[in-house]
Design a protein around this ligand. Structure first.
Ligand SMILES: Cc1ncc(COP(=O)(O)O)c(C=O)c1O
Length: 394
């Protein structure tokens, strides 16, 4: 067999999200674009804010020498400084450019963090449901993902997380606003988690790092606050990107910011920079670094996602679906009427509606709807959602 056994297994059990996306493409060929309602992928449908193209044009036209050249692994000084100043304002903790590595998206950020922190067999603790690729990313660097279910409303179960922290726990990974639930963890629950991390770090004689994966930070509805991991816990690291808040997932631009007070912050920065290079990212895209350095606080119009959430939630509620209202991001995670959510996902597919089974997120019995789609996809799908629920209830 040419392909490694482990990789073969990953491919077979791998990304359900991609599988559903491919199924969508197949159904579109048969039924036509407007008859298929594809909620499988978190691919933002809003265009980037207008400042993005203005800034991109300006950077290209300025055509500075070295525009397309290699650069330090951690990124351009101007980009790192701009990011640091935004992170300082957002987190309420002073951060400098030397605490930032510019990365190829949040996925690139997480991979260099895990590469920098994990020894073989070290554990990455996470709350389930969780973003499906975390397990692969931890495994890339010899780590093991350990999942602890959230409470029923998808908030953090801090006592259960603390009980799960052991001598091999190196990373506590949180994602807020959350994919797939849309939950924003409260400042109070993060403070309790931080206290648990302090206790367990002391017990194991070395820091457990709090890694906050927050590409949806700015997609918080109704002015909801997303708490600051840096203000809550010293050994904290932010992994994020502009894939969602600027609608730039194809441009692969994100960053890591390390709390200056983190245990071993200096060594950690060195390890992150080298990891960026040797994992083959080398450095984040040069053009995009220059663009985001000058973009300030630009963001897509979050109110548009909030409106989509409201339209979808009202329709699903009327059709008898049971779910927690998302507070941010652009995902809704309803309960399946059957314990085996795959059966219900198939019923939805009969209505040309594509969603992703919760098992892919470590939460069987649920499914994920990514509502970063045109309004007409939502309105067009609601009758099908209603019929599928009626069939399920028999
Ligand atoms: C929670 C979460 N983390 C990380 C990523 C990866 O983001 P990026 O495309 O910026 O690598 C995603 C993408 O959907 C995500 O939902």
């Amino acid at each position: 067999m040419a392909v490694a056994r482990k990789m073969k297994g990953f491919v077979e059990n791998g990304s359900m999200i991609r599988k559903m996306f491919e199924e969508g493409a197949r159904l579109r060929k048969i039924h036509g674009d407007d008859k298929v309602f594809d909620f499988s992928l978190g691919n933002p449908n809003l265009p980037p804010p207008p400042e993005f193209k203005e800034r991109l044009r300006a950077v290209v036209e300025a055509d500075e020498p070295g525009l397309h050249a290699y650069m330090p692994n951690a990124g351009l000084e101007e980009a790192r400084a701009a990011i640091a100043s935004r992170v300082s304002a957002e987190q309420g903790v002073a951060v400098e450019g030397r605490h930032v590595v510019v990365t190829c998206g949040a996925a690139g950020a997480l991979n260099i963090i895990f590469k920098a922190l994990l020894d073989p067999g070290d554990e990455v603790l996470v709350s389930s449901p969780y973003f499906v690729e975390y397990g692969f990313m931890a495994d890339n660097h010899g780590g093991v993902l350990k999942a602890v279910p959230t409470l029923g409303d998808f908030s953090l179960d801090v006592p259960a997380l603390e009980a799960a922290m052991g001598p091999r726990t190196k990373v506590m990974l949180v994602n807020t606003p959350n994919n797939p639930t849309g939950r924003i963890y409260s400042a109070e629950s993060l403070a309790r988690l931080a206290a648990a991390l302090e206790r367990k770090s002391r017990e194991r004689g070395g820091a457990i790092y709090l890694v906050s994966d927050e590409p949806y930070r700015k997609l918080a509805y109704g002015g909801a606050e997303v708490a600051s991991p840096f203000a809550s816990y010293s050994s904290s690291i932010i992994a994020t990107s502009h894939s969602k808040d600027l609608s730039l997932p194809g441009e692969r631009i994100g960053f890591v910011a390390v709390n200056p007070a983190a245990d071993d912050a200096g060594d950690l920065m060195g390890a992150l920079s080298l990891a960026n290079r040797i994992l083959g990212y080398v450095n984040a895209p040069s053009l995009m670094q220059r663009v985001i350095a000058g973009l300030g606080e630009a963001c897509v119009d979050v109110a548009l996602y909030e409106r989509k959430r409201d339209a979808l939630a009202a329709g699903l509620r009327a059709a008898g679906y049971d779910f927690a209202m998302p507070e941010g991001a652009f995902y809704l995670f309803p309960k399946s009427p059957f314990a085996d959510e795959g059966t219900f996902v198939e019923l939805l597919k009969e209505e040309n509606i594509l969603v992703v089974p919760g098992s892919g997120f470590g939460a069987p019995g649920y499914f994920r709807i990514a509502y970063c789609v045109d309004d007409k996809v939502i309105s067009g799908a609601l009758p099908g959602f209603e019929r599928a629920m009626r069939k399920a209830k028999g």
